[in-house]
Design a protein. Structure first.
Lengths: 151, 151, 151, 151
């Protein structure tokens, strides 16, 4: 693949916007969580948002690698992202965990969608990158569900 | 100051939005720069965005410290930020540097504005935090101007 | 796969020769680059050749893993490699970058070819190794193109 | 010596080719050794090839320092090198050690030859570099002979 790939670039641009959007929602829960489990949840959301944040640069690089510039304006990220969480209804940890689960499940699905396109385009390196992220989101789904006490 | 400070919180919420907005503009230049100075500029924008990014968490914590939740939705950041950069006109390093200078000068001014409010409220710890950031933005203004060859 | 795999071994022997050949071409540009961008290019070619060099030992080990000795004589590498760059036409950085792009694109293609054989042979560990290398060559393509100012 | 030194540059170009050639022969023995002493020999050849490899960049820099570009094409290294080892007759550790001794003795002699030229040209820095390498090859000669049980 030695020429620009517009379909893959567009899929990754949406994914980058989702990841940036999700990172700040999770970072916001890290900041705003209150209650008897404050320390525990403050720490858990820190691990979670840091992991998501750590994938931002690599994702953007993959857009460059398929031959297109990466989006970077907040207003573009707002338009491109399919994640639309509500403002916090006060300070409920339960709400934050349920919202985090929705966010992480959406990230999982969107990475799977990008993986399928990468597979069709035979982009083995990108598939490798996305597979590692999918693995992490499966882990976060388990851990958030464990906090919520659901399967 | 032992009660919530709405004026300070609002000032810091705007500042947080400006910093997040600026961070992604600078990160975008890191990704999208091209030309014979690619390596140099790619590295310079990395240093710049990393420094700005490193202040996000501390800024948000200061909103919590004055008694309010920190904003975290991208759409809120868009509404709250006074920085509105245009999309890139192609691939000009000159444009990226001039835009970065505008961004950094705005951050400098907004931090100064927040510092004045913190001073009126006698928030010495916050003044210290903001002063350190003001110092960094003064440094980045110098370095971007040095690249542009202007005083 | 518990017996020697001659097809895979031969594919990897050619790939090892290509990688060794490419490493020295890029190392040579690191040494011989001149001009106003000397420091920048000297550093960039160092990053590039070091990354390529870092895969030599792992590649050879994979030949052993599929049951064959690894080639190691320079004359064998010359015969096995499909990369044949010309001697430098003086000292043009532009030539070195264009040549590096050809070399890196060839490495990308040859790794893809080896990946296909590994996939047919169900060699999951080797596929993982090759996918990571393919990803790096996609990155180097982007960065060299960024220097050349092309997409 | 403030002008290009063609005699020294040519001597060093041959030496660089010998060192690159030798490095891969030793690296090949590291890969392909088998038998009851596998772990020991695999490790010994790793130390040996790594030491030789570590001198490649410095050697090439010395060619630049005397005013000439360094060779870097494998086919040029083949032509320039005086080391011509045979392919392995199977998997004999004894053969690999005897071959390594021939290779290291040749490197010792070629470095001595280059040292004489450097001395005539009063290149004190280069003499220092070559003397350190001569010292290492004297050490490797001892260690290989110790394995072979000869003086």
């Amino acid at each position: 693949m030695h020429h620009p790939n517009p379909e893959m670039a567009e899929k990754l641009a949406h994914l980058l916007a989702d990841v940036v959007n999700a990172k700040f929602i999770l970072h916001g829960y890290h900041w705003n969580v209150v209650g008897p489990d404050f320390g525990e949840m403050h720490h858990f959301f820190a691990e979670l948002y840091s992991d998501v944040d750590g994938s931002v640069d690599g994702l953007a690089e993959n857009i460059l690698k398929v031959g297109y510039p990466a989006p970077y304006l907040l207003s573009d990220f707002c338009d491109l992202s399919c994640i639309h969480e509500e403002r916090l209804d006060g300070t409920s940890t339960q709400f934050m965990l349920q919202s985090s689960l929705r966010v992480v499940e959406t990230l999982y699905d969107c990475h799977m969608g990008a993986f399928k396109v990468a597979e069709q385009c035979d982009l083995q390196g990108l598939m490798d990158f996305l597979a590692a992220r999918i693995d992490m989101y499966a882990k976060w789904k388990w851990q958030i569900k464990a906090y919520l006490g659901v399967r």
